[in-house]
Design a protein around this ligand. Structure first.
Ligand SMILES: *Cc1c(COP(=O)(O)O)cnc(C)c1O
Length: 359
């Protein structure tokens, strides 16, 4: 028995979610987004579970390098931030990575490259998010410059949605329309949808979809549960009860003495905390699962420990498994309680957490 924090990763759930994405977008190819260590699930595990994906996408060149060690030439690797210098460009060219080109400086970098061919480009346009991307009116001149540059083999076009997690927002239709106008006369491959777009906008799937969060069984929509989208949570974060204290009425629990026992009661101590990636901002009342039953966190989350109210669970014993999210306890619930999103919770598990892969 160990009291350590453990992230159990269910490979068959990952695999199921990829298939689910494929079924929702049957006419498109799937670029599985596995940046940030596959959203905290482990890159190697994701590579194995997502073997059926048509390509992988990562955030930056370091992640691309790590991924390349695992997949070599078996699958295209897309670098979502693209490259900033000649050395990285040369590396991507050698490994046949597909690089996103989102700014003028990257266009100039390609123009300054010597030699013919070998560079695969996703030209990214800003259709309304105003984060990364070239202005839509730059399409023609940039295409001409890249054609003249000589090092570029293929050009594809992409953009990114700002509000797809709230499908009814009018900004979505504006972006969809702007993208459709942008690619009207373009006969190469196109891509617009992240997970939320993929499930909400079937008319915008184009040749490639780019799901991330849904592959991990987390709902991409702010008002819809993962279960209703037939997604299966792939990560269960657990630890154990390492102490049970008999507290009296008026006893105050933990740092800052923020929670006061209203009566004689048992307080459980769980062997994990924000040092493992459990959110410190999870307030009293945030549920954890012990013996299949939800009990609330009380007091402040500390670095190594979380305290819970065991009044509803008299049978609890030291050594009991405690589920912080995952099986039977949606991560969306914990994220909502802690004022964040599932994306952040899975991404910020720390190196202290041990991973166990099943399925
Ligand atoms: C991270 C990312 C995605 C995946 O987004 P999800 O919301 O996790 O599905 C898709 N496209 C781009 C450009 C991204 O950066």
């Amino acid at each position: 028995m160990t009291a350590q924090a453990i992230a159990c990763i269910n490979k068959s759930a990952l695999n199921h979610n990829l298939q689910r994405a494929g079924r929702i977008a049957p006419g498109s190819r799937v670029m599985a987004v596995i940046k940030a260590n596959a959203y905290g699930h482990g890159m190697q595990t994701a590579v194995e579970a997502f073997d059926a994906a048509d390509a992988f996408a990562v955030g930056n060149i370091d992640e691309a390098q790590e991924l390349y060690e695992l997949v070599r030439d078996r699958k295209p690797i897309v670098v979502l931030q693209g490259v900033e210098d000649a050395e990285s460009l040369a590396l991507c060219r050698r490994h046949q990575h597909e690089i996103v080109v989102h700014g003028e400086h990257q266009v100039r970098l390609l123009e300054s490259a010597t030699g013919r061919g070998g560079v695969r480009v996703w030209l990214k346009f800003d259709t309304g998010m105003h984060r990364l991307g070239l202005a839509p009116n730059r399409l023609r001149p940039v295409m001409q410059r890249l054609a003249a540059a000589g090092c570029v083999d293929t050009i594809r076009i992409m953009s990114h949605l700002a509000c797809a997690d709230e499908p009814d927002r009018p900004e979505n239709r504006e972006q969809l329309d702007r993208f459709s106008e942008l690619v009207g006369g373009f006969d190469g491959a196109r891509s617009l949808c992240n997970s939320a777009g993929l499930v909400s906008f079937p008319d915008a799937h184009y040749e490639w979809v780019r799901p991330g969060i849904m592959l991990y069984g987390i709902s991409p929509l702010s008002h819809q549960a993962a279960e209703s989208l037939e997604l299966k949570p792939a990560m269960t974060l657990k630890s154990r009860l390492i102490a049970i204290n008999e507290c009296r009425q008026g006893d105050r629990i933990g740092y800052g003495a923020t929670w006061t026992c209203p009566e004689r009661m048992q307080v459980g101590v769980v062997g994990l905390g924000y040092g493992d990636g459990y959110p410190r901002h999870a307030p009293s009342g945030t549920p954890v699962l012990i013996r299949g039953q939800q009990v609330p966190v009380i007091g402040r989350v500390s670095m190594d420990l979380v305290t819970v109210d065991l009044r509803g669970l008299p049978a609890a014993a030291i050594g009991d498994e405690v589920i912080l999210w995952g099986d039977g306890l949606p991560i969306e619930t914990i994220a909502g309680s802690a004022g964040t999103i599932g994306y952040e919770l899975v991404c910020r598990l720390t190196s202290r957490v041990r991973y166990e892969v099943s399925g």
